[in-house]
Design a protein around this ligand. Structure first.
Ligand code: MN
Length: 150
């Protein structure tokens, strides 16, 4: 079904409401993040969902792990992404992919919100927090230890 979601202003579209992001069982901390569901089975009839997340300056998403994969396209701002065993600086139009079972987290810079699109399959497992053992291993990687937040 054809759809046109007109962009109004930074991270806002016609007919799209803002929802407070929930961890839904991930059990890890997050701060100052909102979600907008742009496309999905109910509206576009697609087997994937396209979401837009925006993390306020200084905020961060949950550090989480799941079996499904994400594709993330940064839309605005700057920040850091933990992608598996790496931490990378990200900015507009960067593309990130997270494979099955890879820990990941997105952190906005202190001065700028970080907005990004996220593509996922409609049928997916729930995110979970890293186990104590997994967290200990991640904290043993210096470039992650400096940035990760739980
Ligand atoms: Mn995730």
């Amino acid at each position: 079904m054809a759809l046109h979601l007109r962009h109004l202003a930074d991270g806002q579209w016609e007919q799209i409401e803002t929802k407070v992001y929930k961890t839904e069982g991930a059990g890890t901390g997050f701060k100052d993040i909102v979600r907008r569901q742009l496309l999905g089975p109910e509206t576009s009839g697609t087997s994937f969902e396209l979401r837009y997340f925006e993390i306020a300056a200084g905020g961060y998403s949950s550090l989480e792990i799941h079996a499904h994969t994400h594709t993330v396209i940064i839309a605005r701002g700057r920040g850091t992404a933990i992608l598996g065993d790496r931490a990378v600086l990200v900015g507009a139009n960067d593309v990130c992919h997270i494979g099955p079972g890879e820990a990941h987290q997105f952190l906005a810079d202190r001065e700028a919100a970080l907005g990004f699109y996220c593509l996922v399959h409609k049928d997916r497992d729930r995110p979970r927090a890293p186990t104590d053992e997994e967290l200990e291993r991640l904290r043993g990687i210096p470039e992650l230890a400096r940035v990760l937040r739980v």
